[in-house]
Design a protein around this ligand. Structure first.
Ligand SMILES: Nc1ncnc2c1ncn2[C@@H]1O[C@H](COP(=O)(O)OP(=O)(O)OP(=O)(O)O)[C@@H](O)[C@H]1O
Ligand SMILES: [Mg+2]
Length: 493
């Protein structure tokens, strides 16, 4: 077909013994929104890096507008009109909006200094094309995630992009922001751009995708119009198995595990009170900036509370530091785990055991063998797709790295486990596994707190949900009494 922009044939790429891509064919057309789907580690990011010239395929052919390309480099990929927006957006926080938008342009045109008039007019033009309205002078570090993404999209489109690739663009956006982004994407598609999106959220995929390609274990399982997929067939293609998500229902218990009274951190949140009984999974939700994350940070001692009381099994405790939290066996899966949760250059084993080193000191020596065995056991239990426990953790795909952050805290045998966005970027099969795992922990008496804006996830896994607004708990609801629509209304009321 004539409007095929990019076509890949029999692409292969291995890392050591791992076949990340095992003969993948793909066609991307102009004027079409193509969703690239696949479980964690299925090869999506590797494929994107090949398209953008970062990795050289071991084998295979790349054609751009019908012409075979000998070897793609990052520069020749951009010259051909391919633009990728990665999850971190690769923006410069201490430069302004206008500078960020025009920076590649000035680099490509060989300009030595930023031409301010030009930068501003480029920024204005790009913003008007996607209907964004940001102050060109403002520093990007002061923008919300959604607006940072706008800047990244503006920068991508000013270079005459023909194919725009977005790797998990909605991972940290609110529902409203997702709608706004979808509008922009549809607009660009209407202007004959080809769009490729990686996303793990099935509802969002069915909402926007016109074409779908599913990868599994480095192979293309299926490809075709979105209308040809049902939810069920899509999930089967993704996972190769039937996924059953179970809704959590705790048994009633009066045994109190954890309680906080009027917890306050000045300027962040105030008067938060709740209790967790045996079997409870408590949800905390709210819009970005509602203070939901700050409560987690306080309970883990990252940014401790300034007032209020905390009780563990009926006894008052003080959490002034992370060490305090660890001492009381509180575990925390942070929101920004790439920087807060992992030592990227260290091995999977070092990461998995990092929060529980004490238990490996036997007669004054570290027992590496037990460490390794525990790590291998966790890799299996949590379903991480890792071949070698001693490989650097950065060689894992995003979702698999995330599972290991959870394993790291499970390895401490926590009494309280706080998870901030526990399954952001995790595929649906793994998501169901992690959820079932959390249900089991809760039944065994671990107090679980899930902080999230994924309302479906909260409803499915929590028996009570606290809704925060401007640093205050405005509602505490029994999950049985709400659905996604009513809960979503409470967030913005
Ligand atoms: N630089 C690397 N060195 C070694 N192995 C790698 C490297 N990059 C990727 N891999 C492996 O290749 C496979 C595919 O990884 P990739 O990052 O493409 O997956 P993905 O589909 O993007 O997953 P996710 O949804 O978790 O982001 C995985 O098994 C991963 O561990
Ligand atoms: Mg990836």
């Amino acid at each position: 077909m004539s409007n095929v922009f990019l076509s890949l044939k029999d692409i292969r790429k291995s890392f050591g013994g791992v076949h990340a891509l095992n003969g993948v064919d793909l066609e991307i057309r102009r004027g079409e929104i193509h969703c690239l789907a696949g479980e964690n580690g299925s090869g999506k990011s590797t494929l994107i890096k090949i398209i953008s010239g970062i990795y050289k395929p071991d084998k295979g052919q790349i054609l751009i507008e019908g012409d075979p390309v000998q070897s793609l480099t990052p520069k020749s990929s951009i010259d051909a009109g391919i633009q990728v927006i990665y999850q971190d957006f690769a923006i410069f926080p201490n430069l302004s909006v206008a500078e960020n938008i025009s920076i590649n342009h000035s680099v490509l045109t060989g300009a030595k200094r930023m031409n301010w008039t030009e930068a501003r007019s480029l920024a204005a033009e790009a913003m008007s094309r996607i209907g964004a309205d940001l102050d060109p002078e403002v520093l990007v570090e002061n923008l919300s995630v959604a607006n940072k993404q706008m800047v990244a999209i503006c920068r991508a489109i000013i270079n005459d992009a023909k194919l725009l690739i977005l790797d998990e663009p909605t991972a940290s956006l609110t529902a409203k922001e997702v709608d706004a982004l979808n509008e922009i994407i549809k607009n660009l598609r209407n202007k004959n751009m080809a769009i490729m999106i990686v996303n793990h959220k099935i509802d969002e995929i069915f909402n926007i995708a016109e074409q779908i390609t599913v990868l599994r274990n480095g192979e293309k399982i299926s490809s075709g119009p979105a209308s040809g997929y049902t939810r069920r067939s899509f999930i089967r293609d993704l996972t190769g198995r039937e996924i059953t998500e179970t809704t959590y229902e705790p048994e009633k218990s009066d045994e109190e595990i954890f309680r906080v009274e009027k917890l306050t951190r000045h300027g962040e949140f105030s008067d938060i009170s709740f209790e967790i009984r045996k079997g409870d999974v408590l949800g905390i939700t709210g819009l970005l900036g509602s203070g939901r994350g700050a409560v987690g940070d306080a309970l883990f001692g990252v940014a401790p509370a300034t007032e209020g009381k905390i009780f563990l099994n009926g006894e008052e405790i003080e959490i002034r530091s992370i060490d305090d939290a660890i001492k009381y066996k509180i575990g925390y899966v942070p929101e920004d785990r790439l920087t807060q949760g992992l030592f990227l250059n260290r091995s999977i084993q070092e990461n998995t055991t990092a929060a529980s080193l004490k238990k490996y000191f036997i007669r004054g020596k570290v027992d590496e063998k037990i460490m390794l065995n525990d790590t291998i056991e966790w890799i299996r239990t949590i379903g991480c797709n890792a071949k070698d426990a001693e490989a650097p953790i950065r060689t894992l795909s995003g979702g698999n790295a995330q599972k290991m952050v959870i394993a790291k805290w499970l390895n401490t045998s926590p009494r309280i486990l706080i998870l901030n966005g526990p399954t952001v970027g995790v595929d649906i099969g793994a998501k169901a596994d992690i959820h079932r795992f959390l249900h089991g922990l809760a039944k065994d008496g671990v107090g679980i707190i899930i902080i999230s804006d994924d309302l479906a996830e909260l409803i499915q896994n929590c028996n009570r949900i606290i809704v925060m607004h401007d640093g205050k708990a405005v509602r505490t609801v029994d999950t049985k009494d709400v659905d996604e629509t009513s809960l979503s209304k409470m967030l913005s009321d």
